[in-house]
Design a binder for this molecule. Sequence first.
Ligand code: JDK
Length: 277
Amino acid sequence: MRIDVVSIFPEYLAPLRLSLLGRAQTDGILELEVHDLREFTSDRHRTVDDTPYGGGAGMVMKPEPWALALEAVLAAQTARRHPGQGDARQGDPRQSDPPTLIVPSPAGEVFTQSLAYELAEEPTLAFACGRYEGIDERVLEWAAPRFRVRPVSLGDYVLNGGEVAVMAMVEAIGRLLPGVVGNPESLVEESHSDGLLEYPVYTKPSSWRGLDVPEVLLSGNHGRIAKWRREQQLRRTASRRPELLEGVDASQFSGGEREVLRELGYGVDDSGRLARA
Ligand code: JDK
């Protein structure tokens, strides 16, 4: 996968060169290029912001450096997506398979594991990191015929810019690429977790500062262990994220699991969905 990131703080993205994703880059699984938006300005002060029309606090990112930067990204990505076509498709606003452009924004759709899986299938991704109060909205309109534009929020809180959101998204997407995570069984188990929170994990020593690992995990009884872990997932989800259980199809749960859910205050409604009792 090829990923291009545009930012006024390219150094902010440096940690993406470390650890698992760094290895993925040296292994040729991931190609990551970070572009400095200021390289696409032409005034002496390399200006990227200006005052907002309509008034209000703060500054807004000017559109022209963004168009030039995204044109450079398109040129780089088109060569990878359609090798051997020269620049015939470059910037052609009528392509049927435009690359995806993620624009981090507090006003976007929320980034989820499901979106990470979807984006991990793409051959190329581009990320536009805004700063200040955001990017002139016309940049998204200009980009719409050239990219599949997706404003995406990392969650319902306000960051100072898009960089931290991009780090989180690139890490979540990158670890799904084949060969990035050392043990692919981890990913298989993750994908079968059915939207429940994870079970707790323990390692040696079995007794530590007066705290013992749950006995079942030392039993060697894999059936009992699987049942216990699943019950822990249900208990954690009910206590920390009850909204994840509300309305889900109850038929995916065994008799024993429905027993646990009843104990946690969940019943099954007429349509077979979980509901708080
Ligand atoms: C991209 C700039 C900072 C954005 C408020 C301003 C008028 C009110 C500061 N999940 C998530 N959280 N935050 C982001 C994110 C923040 C960003 C940018 C992503 C670019 N900022 C910022 C908005 C405001 N807003 C305009 C209405 C304040 C992503």
